[in-house]
Design a protein around this ligand. Sequence first.
Ligand SMILES: *Cc1c(COP(=O)(O)O)cnc(C)c1O
Length: 343
Amino acid sequence: MKIIDLRSDTVTLPSPAMRQAMTEADLGDDVYGEDPTVNQLEALAAEDLGTEAAMFVSSGTQSNLLAIITHCQRGDEYIVGQHAHTYRYEAGGAAVLGSIQPQPLDFEPDGTLDLAKVEDAIKPDDVHFAKTRLLCLENTQGGKVLPLAYLKEAGGFAQKHNLLLHLDGARVFNAAVKQNVDVKEIAAPFDSVSVCLSKGLAAPVGSVLCGSTEFIQEARRWRKMVGGGMRQAGILGAAGIIALTEMVERLEEDHANAQRLAEGLGGIPGFDVDMDLVQTNMVFVTPKDGLAGKFTPFMAKKGITISDMPAPIRLVTHYGIEATDIEAVIQAAKECSATFNLN
Ligand SMILES: *Cc1c(COP(=O)(O)O)cnc(C)c1O
């Protein structure tokens, strides 16, 4: 039986083309800058994102950490979403390893940070305060796509307030595909952008950090310091190249599957689905009435893996999940609803 795993797009397995490319990759020592495959990936990422340079790193967490500690000095501060990955889900790395203080603010319902609230949070130049140095945004944020006009406004805002601007673009290609724009447009206002290759783009490992030549040069030193200098990393980089060249367009399938899943679940008694949140590859469902606590274990028996988290439960579509799988999930959810007498 095929297991349908909807917990995250991090569970994606490399495509056959990736495995082939990994086998055949030209390799060298990347710490010496001599791995041709990594160099090719970095050039490609920089070109795609419209930045001068890019660097291949082991994970999105490392990428965001390197961005923050490159942009900020010890005693500086970054403003970030309360539920941002860069603040909440990275073990406090910027504070622990960089001595950089976070200033978290609540995200707005659309995934943006209200710039008026950001302005209020900027500390005056006074010995009592940390120096506010950096603003971090996230796109997509919980599957939501930040409006292009907002990104532009944030760029102007950062300049006006002498802040640097970083984008945690773990799923920025989902945003670009959804908005049908070149990802360069999304990246343009930012001083740095981090992109995960190992989520919906299906590479087994890795992220790319993109920015100016000077920024990337400095970030390379920090990468070495945190143990992220990898040697024949082209084995992984080869899959990253396929991620950028062959796996972007197909994100549209994930978005269509998420839409279908949301509509299907929303039509079943006992499930609440917030359709406003279904913008890319994520669906948030709240099992209610008699279904609370029963949904995840019931689905597990049907070979469908769903996070065991407090509602709303996040379901994520990705490479390896087909339209027929979505129908199977909807069917199983109907059975779940009927089993607990909700029909
Ligand atoms: C997954 C994710 C990251 C970090 O990626 P890892 O490779 O898991 O460390 C960063 N930001 C966001 C928004 C993510 O979803």
